[in-house]
Design a binder for this molecule. Structure first.
Ligand SMILES: [Fe+2]
Length: 310
């Protein structure tokens, strides 16, 4: 198979054969791998070949891997950066609240100037992909999130592979995919604080396919405020189907509570976070480092899953 042109396009609706071939490969062994998503590593900044391969195997199948550091090596922000580089994650996304080095420290902080972003509270965070409000040419395709310290209780993360969401939607009704691929499927209104426009309104599709790699990308939020869905009835049915899936106990949804020294590397999969409680006196305060990248994890496109040459 050629590696230069998108000859194999399982995510295009008119390529039913490609889709069926990809679908059976995707589902093969999926649940077993989802139940075995955690990879022990000595030093996240300098993985062994076997550790790297184990993470790649999971990212190739699930679009995510959870690692747990077993060695003494401390995992500071530079180690998070070094971990990403081993998987082709280079270009950090800039966001409004990132620290100077563009790696965000997620922890409970006091509200400032009337704004209160839920990621910086201990409240639950509903299903979304990161950066869905970004410009379309600055989408977040890869994420590394590392847990420095964990809360006293709660704070579980749930993850769902967007390729599985796509597959279940397409199996239910291919027109759902058609609706969610429209360039005006969802619109995020402009972000205005104190009369200043921090971000312009952004319309775009839920599902899109990269021209070069043929990889699937998903933009989504379960928020009902600050989001305008296309008024088309198929869009509403598709979004309803998706929210039922996300609220279900599907075995494809991975639940994990990150402990200190653990982290996730993923192709910006769907995720949510449950509420948590810190205990400062006991030193149990949740702190995560999060790096968002414009690249996907290298070698996890549709060609890899089919064992074709890349
Ligand atoms: Fe997120």
């Amino acid at each position: 198979m050629s590696n230069s042109s998108p000859t194999y396009q399982p995510f295009q609706l008119d390529r039913e054969q490609d889709y069926q071939r990809w679908r059976s490969a995707k589902l093969d062994n999926y649940s077993a791998m989802a139940a075995d998503a955690v990879v022990p590593v000595q030093n996240a900044a300098a993985l062994s070949l076997a550790e790297h391969a184990a993470i790649m195997e999971r990212c190739g199948k699930l679009n995510l891997a959870i690692y747990t550091v077993t060695g003494e090596a401390d995992t500071d922000k530079s180690a998070v950066r070094a971990l990403g580089r081993q998987f082709g994650l280079e270009t950090l996304d800039m966001n409004l609240r990132a620290d100077e080095d563009s790696i965000t420290s997620l922890r409970v902080v006091e509200a400032v100037a009337g704004t209160h972003y839920i990621p910086y509270t201990n409240r639950p965070l509903n299903w979304h992909t990161d950066g869905y409000y970004n410009r379309l040419n600055e989408q977040v395709r890869g994420i590394v999130m590392h847990c420095v310290s964990t809360s006293a209780s709660g704070g579980d993360n749930l993850f769902l592979d967007p390729e599985i969401a796509y597959l279940l939607l397409r199996d239910e009704n291919p027109d759902y995919i058609r609706a969610l691929m429209r360039p005006d499927a969802m619109t995020i209104p402009a972000n205005i604080e104190a009369g200043i426009e921090l971000r312009a309104a952004q319309s775009g599709p839920v599902f899109s396919v990269a021209d070069d790699s043929g990889a699937l990308h998903m933009r989504y939020t379960a928020r009902t405020r600050s989001i305008e869905w296309n008024s088309d009835s198929l869009t509403h049915q598709a979004v309803g189907f998706l929210s039922e899936l996300l609220a279900s106990d599907s075995p494809c949804i991975i639940r994990h509570r990150l402990r200190a020294g653990q982290g996730i590397i993923c192709n910006n999969v769907l995720h949510k976070r449950e509420a948590f409680a810190d205990d400062a006196a006991a030193g149990q305060e949740r702190l995560l480092y999060r790096a968002r990248y414009h690249e996907r994890i290298r070698g996890t496109g549709v060609k890899r899953i089919m064992n074709d040459e890349v």
